[in-house]
Write a protein of this length. Sequence first.
Length: 356
Amino acid sequence: MKKVHNFSAGPCILPSSVIEGSADAIREFDGMGLSLIEISHRSKNFERVMDEARQLVKDILNLEDRYEVLFLQGGATLGFYMVPLNILKEGGKAAYANTGVWASGAIKEAKLVGNIDVITDSSASNHNHIPEMPSVDGYDYFHYTSNNTIFGTQYQYTPKVNVPLVCDMSSDIFSKEFNANDFSLIYAGAQKNMGPAGATLYIIDKEMLGKTGRKLPTYLDLASHISKDSMANTPPVFSVYASMLMLRWIKENGGLKGMEIHNRAKQELFYAELDRNSMFHGHSVPESRSWMNPTFRLNNEEHAAAFDAMWKEAGISGIAGHRSVGGYRASMYNALPLESVQVLVDVMKEFERKNG
Ligand SMILES: *Cc1c(COP(=O)(O)O)cnc(C)c1O
């Protein structure tokens, strides 16, 4: 296969050990004479996979005993609705930060459930920065999006609030050190930084549940999933398995600390070039830059065809920007090697030399 430098925003690049391990399990799983995707999810062999995946999340994040870990379906998109359904009290109120497309998606769905106040908002500047955090008190919870995948901004800190903290971490979970025990609920679609599409991770402080006064349908009830060890119905078997392999890879490569060292080096290399190069400018203000999804534009859009031809020739894939920002987005998830960032940086330098 030709070497491709995969900067896709999601589904994401995965380590070759995860791709190969997944392919092996598709052919034959665990010496059973059957494929992973044709065994019973109630078999002991698969129960071990689900248990290991949940345990790896607890280990990597150093979670206290009050947390449960689930691998469900529906993506973060269902989470936008399911989260308030489970923790926003009847007649209660939640606070949200609007920092981008996914954050406003979460707000829209939460409004179907109850009262929502948007307490901080960066939309007036096309979400080019993380807006200031006001003090937050008297709400059922505060919800934010730690990394804005489309606009390329990221919280550089965990917000301090006097209410339970809830976060959509779809595009930066496991990418650097943070204290997961500061949160009451974290959710994330697998396909940005943890595995293939299909599974959605929920990390829940059990104390949060059972307090809304609302009756929930079985699938949307987080407590019912907890009581069935994340096997209330048929789980997304393949995605859970591949995510389990990815979580093993994260642990073997130094856990959150290891990921932080690796991801810090990549973003430093990229942003140093962006700041030096006279042909480009970034979308995000420097203080809010995302380590995962740098967004940038040409100063002169007439050069687009020439630049596009150069990065394609270098084997780079997936850097076309999202339609709401334009320009380029070079996503640098956990599995992207530093070498790929170097290839992009070299192309940017060469482009400047020829066209600057
Ligand atoms: C991609 C993304 C989503 C949507 O996730 P799905 O799993 O496709 O529903 C939500 N939030 C963030 C931050 C994302 O990056």
